[in-house]
Design a protein around this ligand. Sequence first.
Ligand SMILES: [Zn+2]
Ligand SMILES: [Zn+2]
Length: 135
Amino acid sequence: MSETEAATGSDVRSGGCLCGKVRFTVTGPVDDPHICACKHCAKRSGSPFQWWVGFPMPGLEWTGAEPTWFDTHPGKTARGFCPDCGSHIAARDHGDDTVIGILATALDHHDTDPALVPTNLNRLPEAAPWLAQAG
Ligand SMILES: [Zn+2]
Ligand SMILES: [Zn+2]
């Protein structure tokens, strides 16, 4: 990221849940956009996989309500969702203040943001062998 980009705010992204209760902005470079088809992602989402992207934790701001956090790995990993509409929003590791995991689908412009295109399809064939495999 250049100084100019920082000054113009071009690396700021906004997002939120379906009902609008949870809102946030993230600032900074995209880290490791990927698909995950682990059992937790599939079970919680009701979908074969979830689309994750990391951002610097210091650039995260909750501009609406903060998600409700549920420990999927007690004491290790928590996942955040809207308590009203159930939208999946985020994940974080306890004790790690450097990265926040955001579900790309929670971002307002995920469908038109080339920086979010997944570069890893973690374990996708396990979850959905019928799905066309990219890459
Ligand atoms: Zn909501
Ligand atoms: Zn997963």
